[in-house]
Design a protein around this ligand. Structure first.
Ligand code: 5GP
Length: 190
């Protein structure tokens, strides 16, 4: 089987680079000397925040948190917290992708409850057709459809985050059952 029909590149590295630079300029212009704190949600936002922060041309701090899901209904809790106190700070949550919007809704509330002066969100990807709750998204890189995406931070079972561009998975069963074939296609140099 050829893995090509299973995965398809949806955003290439040039378009990612261009868009992330634009977002960095937008944040610089909007925040000026307010010294925002980027709070990046691990692990998926890692490549995005690394590129974004280097395109922000004003003073900015960067911190991280990680979430874990528990119970039925996908409740979330903070598994790894920020090291900076956020009281009085202008917080920008950095997410890889907003899907139903449930995670972001809870996270925004958690950070606002810490007395942040403002809370905004930047997400690289906005999966509009899947939204269940209406949550504000001040900055977004790309609007995407209902496909499952991997690469540039996004994983399938922990893998593929290191791909430099974004791919849609057209058949998740193939990815799960024959990962070797897909890897040969996605990592041609190995
Ligand atoms: P939400 O609470 O908005 O439904 O969930 C957002 C989270 O779901 C993202 O941070 C990400 O971890 C996961 N997610 C949603 N869509 C995708 C996707 O297409 N690919 C991957 N790898 N994860 C996704």
């Amino acid at each position: 089987m050829n893995a090509e029909p299973t995965v398809s590149e949806v955003v290439n590295t040039t378009d990612l680079e261009t868009r992330v630079a634009e977002l960095g300029r937008e944040i610089s212009a909007d925040y000026g000397d307010r010294r925002p704190v980027l709070v990046a949600v691990l692990v998926g936002s890692l490549p995005f925040v690394a590129d974004l922060v280097r395109n922000i041309e004003v003073e900015v701090e960067t911190d991280f948190l990680a979430l874990s899901r528990f119970g039925e209904g996908g409740r979330i809790r903070i598994a790894l917290d920020t090291s900076l106190p956020l009281e009085g700070r202008h917080v920008i949550i950095v997410e890889d992708i907003v899907d139903t919007g449930l995670t972001l809704t809870v996270l925004r509330r958690m950070l606002a409850d810490r007395g942040a002066a403002s809370v905004a969100t930047i997400a690289l990807l906005d999966k509009v057709p899947r939204r269940v709750v209406d949550v504000p998204l001040e900055y977004r890189g790309f609007e995407v459809g209902d496909e499952f995406l991997i690469g540039y931070g996004l994983d399938f079972e922990g893998l593929y985050r290191n791909l430099p561009s974004l791919w849609a998975v057209l058949d998740r069963d193939v990815l799960a059952s024959r990962p070797e074939e897909v890897a040969r296609y996605l990592y041609p140099g190995r």
